[in-house]
Every structure is written in C-alpha cells, then in structure tokens.
Write a protein that binds this ligand. Structure first.
Ligand code: FBP
Length: 552
C-alpha cells in the first residue's frame, strides 16, 4: 500500500486558481474570435497541407453563453513527450470542466502517449483516479510516450479508437513536436468530416514552445526552480570547500532557456548560452578557451573553485559539430537499414568516412571515442539527437583540464583545477508543480475543454499576462498553424511548430550579459532554496526571472 507524504496529502487538497473569466458557471463562457491568422513562414505550402484547419482566428474567452455547454460528450487525453511538472493538473482542468458541464460526460486517458490512441489502450478517468493525482508531479496517471502520429494507417487507427468509444475530442499535452502531431491529426479528422476535434496544450520544461501567445510552456517554472535550488546548494558547497569546479549540464534539448533562467536565479561564474555560441560561430576550442580564461582569472584571485552551467544542447550549436550532426542525421536516416548492420564504432567510422564531407569527417575523428559513440546513438522518433545522453560536461572538463595542464607546464597557470561533472535533468521533470505551474496547468486544461465545447479544432490552449496574479490571466486558444513553418526532418521538409530559442536581443539574455563578467571573477552566488507551496507571495508566488524580464 502506498503511504502518502504530508506534502502529497496537502497538495491533493489544493484548489488551483483560475482567471476571473473562467470562474463561475461554465455555461456562461463564450469565445470571441479575432481576425484570420497566417503561419510564421512557408504560408502557401502550409495552406496546401492544412486545407481544413489553416489560418483560423485567435479565440479569447469572454463572459457570455455557450449553447453547447451541458452536452454529454466523451473526450480523450494524451500525455506526449518528456515529463513536465503540472501535466496531472492539465488533466484535472479538462476533467473538472467536462464534469461541471455535464457530470455524465466521460474523460478517457490514452495510455503511454500517442501509442495509446493508435493501439486502443485507454482508461476512463474517474473521480477517485483524478483525485489521487491533483497538483502532483509526474505523468504516471496515464504515462507518456514519444511516438509520432504520421502515417495514414496510424490516423485511421486513431479515428477507429475514437469512434469506438464515442470520443468527440482529443487533447494532446506536449511540446513542439507533439503539438505538430496534434495539428496533423486535427487536419486528418477534419478532412474525414469525423466531427472529432483536437486541442493541444503547451508542455515542456525546455521552455522552447514559446511565442507572443504562449508566454511559457508549463513545467519550465518548476523545473528551473528545482535545478536552481540544486545549483544554489552546490554553489554553497563550492564556496565552503573551495576546492572544486562544478560543471553542471542542464536539460533543455536545443534552447538554453533553462540554463539562462538558472543563471539569473543563481549567478554562477560561467553559463554558456548555445545560441550565443552559434551566433558568434565559436569553435569548440574557443568555448574551452573562454572557460579556461575564467578559471585562470579566479585562480589568480586565490579561488580555485567555481560553478559552470552547460546547456544540454550546446554540442549541436557549435557550428562545426552542428554541421556534423546534421550530416549524420541525414545519412543515418537515408541508410538506416545498412547503418543498423554496422555493429562496431570502427565499422561505422569507416562507412562514415566515405559518407561525410571532409570537414565533418575531420571534426568527428577529433572527438573522444565516448562522444563519437553518443553521437551515433539512435535518434528519437522525431529525428532528434538524444542530447541528454551526450556527456558535454565531461568533454569540457577534459578539454579545459588539458589546456590548463599545458599552461601550467609553460608557467602560465599556477593554480589547481579539480572538476566534478553533474547533469540535472530528470531531477526536475517530475517535481511537485510550483504554485504557478499548478494554477497555469489547471487553467490550460480547463481552457482546452472550453475550446472543445465551442467545437474548435487545431488549436492550442493559451494563457497570457502570466506575470500577473492568476485571477488576471487572459485565457483562450490559438490556431496551431500560425506557429508553424517547414523544416528539414529525417532528411526531408516537414511542417513543424517553430522552436523558440534564446533571443540574444531579448531582455533575459541582456540582463545576464550585463552581469556575467562580475559573476565570473567574483563569487556572487545566490541561493534560491526549495520551492515553497505555503507562505508569503514573495517566496511561493514568484514567476521565473525570464518571464519577469520579458514582461517588464
Ligand atoms: P520534450 O518536452 O520536448 O518532450 O523534452 C523534454 C526533455 O526533458 C529534454 O530536455 C530532453 O532532452 C529530453 O526530454 C530527454 O528525453 P528522454 O526522456 O526520452 O530521455
């Protein structure tokens, strides 16, 4: 039997806050529709691909009436991709909206991600099941998965599952790739005149599903606060022991939003921002030299210790390595069957030497064996390199160490360098959602239900003005096609939702850049401590620094 922790019990009882417009009778919420929208680029191609769902207007909720509210309906929900704190509350928001509207309506949870709808694996979520997961972390209520919905056969199976269970709407809770799946599924259902709608919800700790309408993806707040607590603890240790450099790799597949937010919260000596490395066309050697420079400067001041934050996706943003990875992705996708017959790294290398350009072949051969092996691991179903499994933090420690040894021999470095590697990723993805994420996720789910109850499809649930208290948030829905462009995936051009990278002209990066030189040489660490759920606003109701700067 599971024993509940006191925090678990207390969190079950927490009633998440809703924006004012969503409070009160659910039948009195209507949708105000704006002007038609356009995709961010490749408009003609996308219009051709999404003939039924392209260019719909933005929807805003207003007080009014919803003639369809109260109908008895069945909905399905999918958790897709990596875990993010708050997923259970999105489901709770859908569930509560649905049951408030008509207690006989049913919510089905598809098990194990998109595979659940394709393989008819689902469970009805009832009150008891829902209550056991409210305000808790994890995706364990129904599980998640990274399957891609893309073939005609998969769409047909999904349609068959929905028809069998009388499901008239599916909510896909996921990141950019999963919401792309959602857009494609919505289009298919519409083209079949099935009457089944699809609504997405913006999930990902990475923070890269973001634009004017999606101010942040859920989970980013909790994950960055969790990592910042841990980084702060390490900073305290580093400053107490004064003998180690800690190299901390932080999750976030491509974008460095997590690293940047944690840096703003903890003021480390170094934080590499991948987007800057790419923009400045830095080589791996230059990244190493930049770190060495800080180590040497601190050592000269008697501080042979420090903390460096390394974004998980850095390796792909170093232009020479990025070009190599993109060539590897194409070759490995085009010759997948043959590649799978090559069992040793030596065999793979021999074949790659004939396939890769001269530059990429050189870059590949110069990397340590462990990194070469990690770069050749299977791609995820969306064609992404699994960067969480590439040990960039160890690569940098090794290269920085080598350079300092050489400098020592030449009399240019008199200090010591002893480094430890950490990787914070999985530690933060299933944490108890912060109050922000508890409220935000519940609002996203509740809004997803309202969008469906208005018959909208191919939309993502969105909430703006998140810097304000929850009561003042503005919820609604945006058509998914307006966030799309065409990108190269698995060797060919595909419609996808555009990832938001760190903007070097954006306020969060500028705030970091203005202070980092001081943080590098001084010890200016700050210690955010653990996420608080109860207490004064300044400790338990603060949005992320990123959101504060962006909305200032
Ligand atoms: P998504 O939210 O885009 O699904 O990814 C989140 C993430 O945590 C990334 O930061 C990380 O690279 C990846 O998932 C790890 O994937 P996995 O859980 O499959 O190891």
């Amino acid at each position: 039997m599971n024993t509940l922790s006191p925090l678990q019990k207390a969190r079950y009882a927490y009633q998440p806050k809703l924006p004012a417009v969503l409070q009160g009778d659910i039948k009195n919420i209507s949708c105000e529709m704006g002007e038609p929208t356009e995709a961010i680029s490749h408009q003609a191609e996308l219009k051709g691909l999404f003939t039924k769902t392209y260019g719909n207007p933005i929807a805003r909720f207003v007080k009014g009436s919803n003639p369809r509210a109260g109908e008895k309906i069945n909905l399905g929900v999918i958790l897709s991709g990596g875990q993010a704190p708050g997923g259970h509350n999105v489901i709770a928001g859908i569930f509560d909206g649905l049951k408030k509207s008509n207690p006989e309506s049913k919510l089905y949870g598809f098990l194990g991600g998109p595979a659940g709808i394709m393989n008819e694996k689902l469970v009805e979520i009832d009150n008891a099941m829902m209550d056991a997961y409210r305000n808790t972390g994890g995706f364990d209520i129904i599980g998640s998965g990274r399957d891609k919905l893309e073939s005609e056969a998969q769409f047909e199976q999904s349609l068959a599952t929905c028809r069998k269970y009388g499901i008239s709407g599916v909510v896909i809770i996921g990141g950019d790739d999963s919401n792309t799946n959602g857009a494609v599924l919505a289009e298919y259902f519409a083209a079949q005149n099935s009457g089944i709608t699809v609504i997405g919800c913006p999930k990902t700790i990475d923070g890269d599903l973001k634009n004017e309408f999606i101010e942040t993806s859920f989970g980013f707040d909790t994950a960055t606060k969790t990592y910042s607590e841990l980084i702060g603890n390490i900073e305290k240790d580093a400053n107490s022991a004064k003998k180690y450099w800690h190299f901390i790799k932080l999750m976030g597949r491509s974008a460095s939003h997590i690293g940047l937010e944690c840096a703003l919260q903890t003021q480390p000596n170094i934080c590499i921002i991948s987007e800057e490395v790419e923009a400045r066309k830095m080589t791996l050697k230059q990244v190493v030299d930049q770190i060495v420079d800080v180590v040497v400067q601190r050592s000269a001041r008697g501080m042979n210790f420090g903390v460096a934050l390394i974004p998980e996706g850095l390796i792909e943003f170093i232009p020479e390595v990025g070009a190599l990875i993109s060539e590897l992705n194409d070759k490995m996708a085009q010759h997948a069957d043959y590649f799978s017959t090559l069992k040793t790294l030596e065999d793979q290398q021999e074949w790659l030497n004939q396939q890769l350009s001269r530059d990429s072949s050189y870059v590949f051969s110069a990397l340590p064996r462990s990194i070469q092996e990690q770069l050749l691991m299977d791609r995820d179903p969306h064609g992404n390199v699994q960067v969480s499994r590439i040990e960039t933090e160890k690569l940098l420690i090794e290269m920085v160490g080598q350079k300092l040894t050489q400098m020592k021999m030449e009399g240019d470095f008199k200090g010591s360098f002893s480094a430890l590697a950490h990787f914070f990723g999985y530690e933060g993805r299933c944490a108890f959602p912060s109050k922000f994420d508890s409220d935000y996720c519940y609002t996203l789910g509740y809004s997803a239900f309202i969008l469906m109850s208005h018959g909208l499809t191919g939309y993502i649930s969105n909430v703006v003005d998140l810097q304000n208290p929850a009561a003042q948030w503005v919820p609604g829905g945006c058509p998914l096609t307006m966030m799309m462009n065409m990108e190269r995936r698995h060797g060919s051009m595909k419609p996808v939702i555009k990832k938001a990278l760190v903007e070097l002209e954006g306020a969060p990066f500028k705030a970091f850049a203005a202070q980092r030189e001081v943080w590098a040489v001084e010890t200016a660490f700050t210690f955010p401590g653990a996420i608080q759920y109860y207490g004064p606003d300044e400790v338990c109701n603060q949005p992320t620094e990123t959101l504060k700067y962006e909305k200032a």
